[in-house]
Write a protein that binds this ligand. Structure first.
Ligand SMILES: Nc1ncnc2c1ncn2[C@@H]1O[C@H](COP(=O)(O)OP(=O)(O)OP(=O)(O)O)[C@@H](O)[C@H]1O
Length: 958
């Protein structure tokens, strides 16, 4: 009896201790986190007050939040959905010097035709090369499509392919076009003839630029209309792709003059003169979107034949300055090129059509009332049946209206022509580090978020701006704790250089680290995109520390040099990584040198992320492409991803299939400011919603490898380790259960219940998230005795010994069954056990605490492993928590590294095994594309079969 009461006392003490630990873990946020949240809130508050004189005239320092705030209140759509990245990036101070500067001097600039002398020289060189190619069949200079055509042995390079009604496209272009591109050129020609604008909306990388150049080349060879062929034209494009246009023109149609109206252009002197010159020579003027606003008076004072907007979705917000200026051009020939015609909402579609087919979709207000709102409403999963039916009918009507003016082909549809390699796109839900979780929770509990969520305290300040600032802060914590902490440092000296931005402090960076290491071994090259330039600096610092060769392109790289950096990366396989902001490197450029893509942080706008990944998966890519989108599990990033899914759905409903069904409901503010920990299976909210899209690493081959390669003792060690972990978990769980239970006041009852559990131990599932070979070597938990059973069966002093013996016995049984036992490898536990009992078991306790137990078992395991290590020189992998690496296994794995087929599988297993990735989803399945793909294939198959059937009955008659 006395023993039992002593035991119960100990249990009670243990339970109390455990409860305190648990409570403090759950509720207590570190001092550092609290202080950080309060300092941030104060800073933000000052800023709000500063920006809202009605609240107070008190003045404060300027911080980046001012920018956030002002942009947020401006109400531009881009800013409402997205907190400045590139804009912020362009101006934000750099944390560390960019190595990009090193490469600048080596980069060869692409020169446009703004400078007439240079233009004349280029034309002279080109003509000479053309002549050389015809005569000598070799050239000493840059290739162009016509020269290439001649060198390939074609004699008809001066001939043209004439389309119906006279468009004459030079053969050296026409013959190089894919079939669907020829259709595209014909479609542009049809629009031209009916004097209409249009939207070329092919998926990214399908050669929209090439189609437009082919069409313009055709026009310039066709004597028609008031311009007698091609008149002076303007192409508006984002800064990064301006020079891509130049080089495409120089390649595909070298005789045309193309000049860049920008500081970076070759033209010297008065920009007015350049516009006049270009206009007179019927050339093409390339200009940025900002340039249109800047030079609008001069541009608008002339008549232009074609106005073409590349990445035309830039004008999706009808309220912007750019939009207003661009719509003033008076020509019916307006083309819009974009791979993402609808990104966030239906109003965007209206804005695009208002540029190239004004009036087609009515006025803005009418469109919003009669089209956009009902379609959106009917799109939510919680819409009524009537709302759904109305949405469907209106979506069909809208699709019918826009179809003649919009040509969109997906990669899937044209796959038989372009034969792109496969693409595997996954969303990896990454665990936050303890520090991140702490800071995240601290900020959620801080005054900024409280003031947002507390309806009562919503004073008349810019509420929306507060929300956006808070969201931005949470995103920073997800990206790296230092992005957040850096801002509240009063003084730079507080920053510890060696720890600053360290990858181990951030869950997603840990994943990046694993990915890059594996990819380097596998021989893959990667693009890494982030929204923020500051984050790129941290990634850059990481790459430098690891000695990974990389190139970086962000807003600080001059426009004229961007194309050269891209070219260098594509041509030089020494560079492992191309780092870029999503907005600078994600638009329009070709980065096919890489076949792996990491999208480090999600954008509110799904198209931004899509654009980025399409840089690698496009014509010219030879290898299979894998894209990883990193999401910090349970955080704001997951909500952003869900928002992306909804936007995808909406856009697919109009552009692809009005019958699309949605699974997401509207989200509320509260939902944005929570931290949803993944459930025990590692599922986050999103992965629970999209269970059918979950990615499982294929373990079958790995299992075989492990069975073959592991010795019996290694298996025993692992079994012990797992069991120790499980026992520890059981103790913790039991203690917690009791604590939560109303019985916790009565130790006797608690004991009775506990005994009952011991007599009938619950079945415990094997942990899913574990080292690779779980299922092979683990002793079945249901047959393992609980540590308390053992305590009850033996004296305390024998506790450890018995436990270990028990484990070994069970494991031996398992081993015998699998015929893999190896007597010579028997673990000698006696000495270890004695050592442990001397060193670690607290004599005051009748039962070791779970943590002590865990520690003890670890010691046993480590001792054993060390012993083995000494004997056989095994190498351990200390950086992987709880993983005891065994060389043989590693050897097998490195063989797997070489096997390209399983590259992605291997990567995923590694990530799961390190527990840095909680779960992974197939992105295409989530956004419904895989389903579409399946349907498309089925339809194709069905059509083929039907045709065959028709032929069959026809011939059967004969
Ligand atoms: N017919 C073709 N023959 C050879 N190469 C082609 C052809 N069409 C396109 N390409 C190449 O494919 C790549 C992608 O083309 P392009 O940049 O025109 O695509 P895009 O649809 O404009 O892409 P984005 O939407 O990303 O701007 C380029 O490198 C281009 O040279």
């Amino acid at each position: 009896m006395a023993d039992i009461s002593k035991y119960l006392e100990t249990q009670l003490a243990l339970a109390k201790q455990k409860s305190e630990q648990t409570c403090s873990k759950i509720n207590r946020i570190s001092k550092k986190s609290q202080t950080a949240a309060e300092l941030t809130s104060k800073k933000e508050e000052k800023q709000f007050i500063r920006n809202n004189p009605k609240i107070s005239s008190k003045n404060t320092n300027t911080s980046h939040h001012q920018k956030l705030n002002s942009s947020a209140t401006k109400g531009s759509d881009e800013e409402s959905e997205y907190l400045p990245s590139s804009e912020e990036d362009e101006k934000s101070k750099q944390l560390m010097p960019s190595t990009t500067t090193r490469f600048k001097s080596n980069l060869k600039k692409i020169i446009d035709d703004g400078d007439k002398t240079l233009y004349n020289k280029r034309i002279k060189d080109w003509r000479k090369n053309l002549a050389d190619a015809q005569v000598k069949n070799v050239i000493d200079g840059p290739y162009s499509a016509d020269i290439q055509y001649i060198l390939e042995g074609n004699k008809d390079f001066e001939e043209k392919h004439e389309l119906q009604n006279g468009l004459c496209v030079p053969n050296f272009i026409w013959n190089q076009l894919y079939k669907y591109q020829k259709t595209g050129v014909k479609w542009l020609w049809e629009l031209h003839q009916v004097e209409s604008g249009g939207l070329l909306g092919d998926e990214m990388g399908l050669g929209k630029t090439v189609q437009v150049i082919a069409f313009l080349a055709g026009l310039s060879n066709t004597d028609c209309g008031s311009w007698g062929g091609l008149g002076p034209s303007i192409i508006v494009a984002p800064a990064t792709v301006i020079y891509q246009w130049v080089s495409h023109f120089h390649y595909w149609y070298p005789c045309l003059r193309v000049a860049v109206l920008h500081n970076s252009g070759s033209h010297n002197g008065n920009y007015n003169k350049l516009i006049r010159d270009l206009h007179e020579s019927h050339g093409v003027l390339l200009i940025t979107y900002a340039g249109v606003v800047k030079y609008s008076n001069d541009l608008l004072s002339r008549k232009w034949h074609y106005v073409i907007l590349d990445e035309g979705h830039k004008i999706r917000n009808p309220e912007t300055q750019i939009n207003k200026h661009i719509k003033k051009f008076k020509t019916p020939h307006k083309l819009l090129i974009t791979g993402s015609p609808m990104q966030n909402s239906l109003q965007e579609l209206w804005s695009l059509f208002d540029f190239m087919r004004p009036g087609l979709l009515g006025t803005y207000n009418a469109f919003m009332e009669y089209f956009a709102n009902p379609i959106t409403q009917g799109g939510y999963a919680n819409a009524t049946e009537t709302q759904e039916a109305v949405a469907l009918e209106i979506a069909i009507a809208l699709k019918n209206i826009i179809t003649p003016y919009m040509l969109r082909r997906t990669k899937l549809e044209v796959q038989e022509h372009i034969k792109l390699p496969e693409k595997n796109e996954q969303v990896l839900f990454c665990a936050l580090t303890q520090e991140q979780r702490d800071l995240y929770m601290g900020y959620l509990m801080g005054s900024t978020v409280r003031s947002i969520l507390d309806k009562e305290s919503r004073y008349g300040d810019p509420f929306r701006a507060r929300v956006l600032v808070a969201l931005s802060t949470l995103r920073k914590i997800c990206n790296h704790p230092d992005l957040y902490l850096y801002e509240i440092q009063e003084d730079d000296s507080q920053i510890l250089d060696e720890k600053f931005g360290h990858w181990k402090r951030c869950g997603k960076m840990t994943v990046v680290n694993s990915l890059l290491r594996i990819w380097k071994k596998q021989g893959h090259r990667a693009l890494i995109f982030s929204q923020s330039r500051v984050m790129l600096c941290l990634l850059e610092q990481y790459l430098q520390n690891q000695d990974f060769k990389y190139l970086k392109m962000d807003g600080t790289v001059t426009i004229s040099q961007r194309q050269s950096i891209i070219k260098t990366f594509n041509e030089n396989a020494d560079y492992l990584v191309f780092l870029s902001t999503t907005r600078v490197g994600g638009l329009g450029v070709n980065l096919t040198g890489a076949n792996r893509v990491i999208i480090y942080d999600p954008d509110w706008n799904p198209a931004t992320d899509n654009q980025a990944k399409e840089r690698a998966w496009r014509i010219g890519q030879q290898k299979n492409v894998t894209v990883y989108r990193l999401i910090s599990a349970g955080t704001i990033e997951e909500k952003i991803y869900q928002r992306q899914i909804f936007k995808h759905f909406l856009s697919n409903k109009i552009l692809i299939d009005p019958n699309q069904k949605n699974v997401l409901t509207t989200s509320n503010l509260q939902g944005l400011f929570t931290l949803d920990e993944p459930n025990p299976e590692g599922d986050t909210e999103t992965s629970s919603l999209f269970k059918h899209s979950k990615v499982y690493a294929n373990t079958s081959k790995e299992k075989k490898i492990d069975i073959d390669s592991k010795t019996s003792s290694q298996r025993k060690i692992e079994a012990m380790r797992r069991m120790a972990k499980e026992i520890s978990r059981k103790i913790t769980k039991n203690t917690e259960d009791k604590l939560l239970s109303p019985l916790h006041e009565d130790p006797r009852q608690r004991y009775r219940k506990r005994r009952e559990i011991l007599m009938n131990p619950p079945k415990i599932e094997e942990p899913e998230n574990n080292i690779i070979d779980d299922k092979i070597t683990s002793a079945p938990f249901e047959s393992i005795m609980s540590e308390l059973d053992i305590v009850n069966m033996h004296k305390k002093v024998d506790y450890e010994k018995n436990l270990i013996e028990n484990v070994l016995q069970k494991t031996s049984e398992t081993d015998d069954k699998t015929k893999a036992s190896n007597n010579s490898c028997e673990i000698q536990i006696d000495k270890t056990e004695k050592d442990i009992s001397k060193k670690t078991i607290d004599p005051n306790l009748s039962e070791p605490s779970s943590s002590t137990l865990m520690c003890n078992i670890s010691v046993v395991i480590k001792n054993e492993v060390n012993k083995k290590t000494k004997k056989r020189k095994y190498s351990l992998e200390p950086d992987i928590e709880n993983l005891i690496a065994i060389k043989k296994v590693k050897k097998k794995r490195s063989k797997r590294v070489a096997s390209k087929d399983n590259d992605d599988d291997y990567v995923l297993k590694k990530l799961f095994s390190k527990a840095s990735v909680k779960t992974a989803l197939h992105h295409d399945t989530v956004v419904g594309l895989a389903e579409k793909e399946k349907q498309h294939r089925m339809k194709e198959e069905a059509t083929r079969t039907a045709k065959k059937a028709l032929r069959a009955i026809k011939f059967s008659w004969k």
